[in-house]
Design a protein around this ligand. Structure first.
Ligand code: ADP
Ligand code: MG
Length: 290
């Protein structure tokens, strides 16, 4: 039989908008020592806005955004969603992409309007179209997310977005410290400059950037000797690290389905403050059980 305290803990968490997948997850929530947290869509709200478009190869800004956003219709990445909604906001026609191949968290390639389009992070696009590396080596406003694009093997331009921290990010980090989480570490697939600029003032123990999904797993494993590790993420690229952690928490409301499947806890609303709430509920239900 499932102890009454677990049933009531899980159902109280559910009422607070947090899906806890069983007693073991509820119990681990009470003992977390280290938090490894994703950046884009997790620490940031992910409703990114374009702040600048730098088109190349004779394209207009609108044509560059149209081609990039058309291809990004095939992606579930938060930045892909942001480009699609910006294109819709500018009333651009989104064209159906075909022959799409995606590397989650990095970018995608495919055909749009008879052109070969590549869209994603600078590293991903320049691996396929090396000249993108040189054109992307410029300066960007601090903390901005940079999306590169190439069309028919030529650099096509850069889309620069602002993706600020959630307004309560610092408060949530402070609450988690008060709840006894000793180490708080960011693990992002994005560039180091972005990760460092965005997290200034959060008093984190480490910021790891440019990570592949496998490197996110490695960061989680490296922290395990300090005690139970909680990982929070939203992306397809976070799913392996969520599964590797002692406790994986997915941003369920807008995050990728793969991350919710891999996680032990799913936030049903898009609020990071549900994490300290869930720890509080778990601790109270443990007290009742004793
Ligand atoms: P995080 O690990 O912090 O969530 P990601 O690794 O998911 O960050 O994303 C890193 C960067 O990769 C994004 O900021 C963006 O520049 C780029 N990127 C990844 N996927 C896409 C996509 N589908 N479309 C556009 N850009 C993308
Ligand atoms: Mg993310």
């Amino acid at each position: 039989a499932v102890p009454v305290a677990i049933v009531s803990g899980v159902s109280r968490a559910a009422k607070a908008g947090v899906l806890v997948k069983g007693g073991r997850a509820l119990e681990t929530l009470t003992r977390v020592r280290t938090l490894v947290i994703d950046k884009t869509g997790t620490l940031t709200h992910g409703h990114a806005r374009i702040v600048e478009i730098r088109p190349m190869a004779g394209l207009s800004s609108d044509r560059l955004l149209q081609l990039a956003a058309s291809l990004d219709q095939a992606s579930k990445h938060v930045i892909a969603h942001a480009l699609v909604s910006e294109a819709k906001g500018r009333r651009l026609d989104l064209l159906p992409p075909s022959e799409v191949e995606e590397i989650p968290g990095e970018g995608l390639e495919g055909c749009v309007d008879g052109r070969r389009v590549v869209v994603g992070g600078i590293r991903f696009v320049s691996e396929r179209v090396p000249r993108v590396g040189a054109v992307a080596a410029g300066q960007y406003p601090a903390g901005s997310v940079v999306v590169a694009a190439a069309v028919d093997g030529e650099p096509a331009g850069l889309l620069i977005l602002a993706d600020p921290l959630r307004t309560d990010a610092a408060q949530v980090i402070a609450s988690l410290r008060r709840l006894g989480i000793a180490r708080i570490i960011v693990a992002t697939g994005d560039r180091r400059e972005v990760a460092q600029a965005v997290t200034v003032g959060l008093h984190l123990d480490a910021v790891h950037a440019d990570l592949t999904p496998d490197r996110k797993i490695a960061i989680v494993q490296e922290e395990k000797p300090h005690g139970p590790v909680m990982m929070i993420g939203d992306g397809v690229n976070d799913a392996p690290a969520l599964a590797a952690a002692d406790l994986g928490i997915a941003m369920g409301a807008r995050g990728a389905a793969a991350s919710a499947e891999a996680a032990d806890v799913v936030l049903l609303v898009d609020h990071l403050n549900k994490v300290p709430d869930a720890i509080g509920v778990a601790r109270r239900s443990r007290r009742i059980a004793l």
